[in-house]
Design a protein around this ligand. Structure first.
Ligand code: NAG
Ligand code: NAG
Ligand code: NAG
Ligand code: NAG
Ligand code: NAG
Length: 369
């Protein structure tokens, strides 16, 4: 038999349990609301900005990394991790069908023009470095732009995005073609955990691989292989489906300066001797100001060679365009990350070897983009 007083004690205990359960869930709900991103790419000011209203610093041929000195076919001398640590947020690469018959994985290598000229490792090697970095930096939005040199199908790329785990981080819009107004804010991308945006120059099929978007339906480009500064900002490559509406699209400004090897514009190489002035804050800002005056807004993406040279001027200039402050990586990670971790630039030619190679094969015309 339970007495009345015992019943009321049990009732009181049950009531307080219910109240505390209710309070806990209210508390949990408020925590969930508060979880909304407050920092985006290191700045609270960027969370409310649309992805399409931000300028992203980019690395041209981000995988074409040389350990020391420079070569005719290398474009960077900081590791992928160091590029990202320095504020590079678009990694561009050139993908080729692998000629390695024993290769495992998707069978795609990152090479410059020809895999015999510069072998930058497998696409999985590149994607897994990006995956590690975005996992460690969940409030940063990173864009991958892949030049599909051999027009491989999107499904082949998807194999590598799946096996490296990066597929789970990919921003997936409901449509494969987005106007500037249709892009989400950086904050909402961070909240959803989908912080990587992927573009292919051709071969997309958004019905089967919805996160690999067609570049030229979403982004137009200025001319590449320019040999003087400030850079020309006219519309060069754009999808025929969106040609009449260029002002509604994001755009990419190619700001890597080339040197013509034999007088023509067929064989070019990065103009390394002038890299200091090409990547300076002054040149980056003046080229981008020209772009803004011609097209109404700053470029969305800017590609450079040796993007962290000199002294992080380029990412610093990009931060100015976004109206945010720039913090250079700490001295310890300033070593360009080439001493730690194995770089897979397996066959980077020395300048002289590459020069003789090019001279010997002068019958062939290489476009070193
Ligand atoms: C990267 O290349 C630039 C241009 O040649 C050079 O000034 C810089 O010292 C290089 N950095 C490293 C770590 O090799
Ligand atoms: C992101 O942060 C990095 C590092 O501070 C900076 O270099 C870069 O310009 C920022 N990107 C954007 C889009 O603001
Ligand atoms: C070919 O692929 C195999 C397996 O991934 C790898 O061990 C080997 O180093 C590759 N060879 C070249 C020349 O890249
Ligand atoms: C940029 O290049 C385009 C196409 O070649 C040309 O028509 C235009 O005059 C150039 N603009 C400047 C400012 O040189
Ligand atoms: C973002 O919007 C501001 C204000 O309209 C504009 O000045 C800036 O150029 C825009 N940036 C981009 C990359 O669209």
């Amino acid at each position: 038999m339970i007495s009345n007083s015992k019943t009321s004690t049990i009732f009181t205990i049950l009531c307080s349990l219910l109240v505390s359960v209710a309070l806990t869930s209210v508390h949990a709900a408020s925590l969930r609301t508060a979880k909304r991103a407050t920092t985006c790419n290191g700045s609270s000011q960027l969370c409310d900005r649309l992805y399409s209203n931000v300028t992203f610093a980019g690395a041209h041929n981000s995988y074409a990394i040389v350990h020391s000195g420079t070569t005719l076919a290398s474009n960077q001398n900081a590791s992928i991790t160091s590029q990202l640590n320095a504020g590079i947020r678009m990694l561009q690469s050139q993908a080729h069908k692998s000629s390695n018959s024993s290769v495992t994985g998707a069978g795609i290598d990152l090479c410059h023009t020809e895999c015999s000229l510069f072998q930058g490792g497998t696409i999985e090697y590149w994607l897994s470095q990006v995956k590690s970095w975005v996992d460690a930096n969940p409030t940063e939005v990173v864009t991958l732009l892949i030049v599909n040199s051999d027009t491989l199908p999107a499904s082949q790329y998807a194999q590598a995005f799946q096996s490296t785990g990066l597929a789970s981080k990919m921003y997936t819009p409901s449509s494969g073609v987005l106007t500037k107004q249709q892009w989400p804010t950086l904050g909402s991308m961070v909240d959803s955990g989908k912080t990587v945006v992927g573009f292919l120059t051709s071969g997309t099929d958004t019905s089967t691989v919805p996160y690999l978007l067609d570049e030229f339906s979403n982004i137009w480009e200025t001319p590449y292989d320019q040999t003087s500064v400030p850079f020309n900002c006219s519309i060069d490559r754009i999808g025929s489906n969106v040609k009449s509406t260029s002002q509604n699209l994001m755009y990419l400004s190619n700001q890597f300066r080339d040197l013509s090897l034999f007088g023509g514009d067929q064989i070019t190489t990065p103009d390394v001797a002038n890299i200091g002035s090409t990547n300076s804050e002054a040149t980056t800002l003046s080229s981008s100001d020209t772009c803004a005056s011609e097209h109404g807004s700053y470029p969305n993406f800017i590609l450079t060679d040796y993007s962290t040279v000199p002294d992080y001027d380029f990412p610093r200039a990009v931060a100015q365009m976004n109206g945010v402050s720039y913090t250079a990586p700490a001295q310890s990670s300033n070593s360009n990350g080439l001493s730690s971790g194995s770089s897979r630039t397996t066959s980077s030619f020395s300048s002289s070897i590459a020069l003789s190679f090019i001279a010997l094969s002068s019958a062939l015309v290489y476009f070193i983009l």
